[in-house]
Design a protein around this ligand. Sequence first.
Ligand SMILES: Nc1nc2c(ncn2[C@@H]2O[C@H](COP(=O)(O)OP(=O)(O)OP(=O)(O)O)[C@@H](O)[C@H]2O)c(=O)[nH]1
Ligand SMILES: [Mg+2]
Length: 471
Amino acid sequence: MGKNGHAGEARETVIPEREHTIRLGVTGLSRAGKTVFITSLVASLKNSKNMVELVAAREGRLKAVNLEPHPGGTVPRFPFEDHLRTMVSQDEPAWPPGTKRLSKLRLSLRIQRKSPDWLGRLEETVYLDIIDFPGEWLIDLTMMDKNFASWSVECLERITFEGLDGREEAVSYLKQLKRINTEANLNEEDAQSLARSFTAYLKALKTAGYSRCTPGRFLQPGDLENAAVLTFAPLYSRDKAVRKSIYKEFESRFEEYKKQMIQSFFENYLSKIDRQVVLVDVMAAIEAGPGPFEDQRKAMKDILSVFQPGQNLWLTRLFKGQKVEKILFAATKADHLHHSQHGKLSTYPDGVLRESVQRANDKGAKTRVMSIAALRVTEEHTHTLTEDNVNYQGVCGWLPDKNGSRRRWFAYPGTLPDIGALLKEARKGEKEWRDGPQSFPKFRPEPRSREQTLPHIRLDKALEFLIGDLL
Ligand SMILES: Nc1nc2c(ncn2[C@@H]2O[C@H](COP(=O)(O)OP(=O)(O)OP(=O)(O)O)[C@@H](O)[C@H]2O)c(=O)[nH]1
Ligand SMILES: [Mg+2]
């Protein structure tokens, strides 16, 4: 068509290209592997040679993949390039740092369709929207159903009875509670002191491998360090508390926290998801022992019930009939283990989250369970002890030695224990695993150039399940 579209000339109709947006929720507790998963996913889509299980990539229909500016740009962009540079380098590759604040990512995938649609269009752009956030925040969703009194009772029972085996931080918080009159008028110094001491307890809880550490923003405050909304702590119920007492003030800060932090996070980001991947670091929980293992199970169960509303009024209102279509439950870091153990690892999310998987199925969501490694940093190796004529099937990877330099190590984590037996032991409240402690070395990424494709385990299969039908 001429520039001004002169009368009499044939007009070429420009058919707008088809566009589609998928909101992919990458969910998981702190250290589950969300940031590595997202970084590796983007890098592997951009250079998709080893994504053979992703059908569109295998068939050469993934024409271009670009990072796009996010619409409504008030939220920071996911620092993909920084994370990739950290993970993939020739000299000192490392894992990306823990996430401190929320960031967003919009990826455009230019797809060639197998056949033209009814308007004759062969190409399509699919946008993939993803957010990354500190895993500590996720556990806060379980606070929404509680008021200050019930949350306090739960926390204090835990400090008193579990108390991390009487560890200093737990004892110290209980001592503070005895010292401070929480019915009297608020004194901000006392309030700060209580919140600090409770935060120290939460940090100790997290270091010991526990998952249910609420409020999560006390551990990862983002931009809100020392804000009043993050200055409260669980208190014994006080009927005689005066209007301006610490108790009343903490009660109102607790409600404010729910509204400003949790509800807005959920409403703005988590409730608008079409597809979801739930990442679980099962091995870290096994390594931490029966207490943290059971704690992780309870945490995941509570969190996942939030994504499947029904019992809860605020959620049912919020979702307004919207539904997550597909949920993938993935045990991460499968490269810690020889592939002969992967089948067993894949059963962990199923065993640990059976009720949640079942509930998601009942609600009509398609679910799948698998074990993956978003970035594979080990190679399989069989070590033979000639005198015993025994083969040990393990993995080799890079670890720092005593002097801080890197060396390649062989690890044989043994065979994974049976999930049912572990669940039983954990539910009984055993302090140690009957077969002794389990450990999995924390291998580091190995040096490689930016041009190389990233090795992974089943990342392509995971993506095919999550978004393959839309590509
Ligand atoms: N071997 C191996 N380790 C992994 C993999 N993915 C994650 N990790 C390990 O798990 C750690 C945590 O991964 P992240 O992706 O930062 O976890 P996250 O869920 O983003 O954690 P938060 O930001 O704290 O919520 C990394 O530092 C690695 O040590 C993987 O595919 N293989
Ligand atoms: Mg992260």
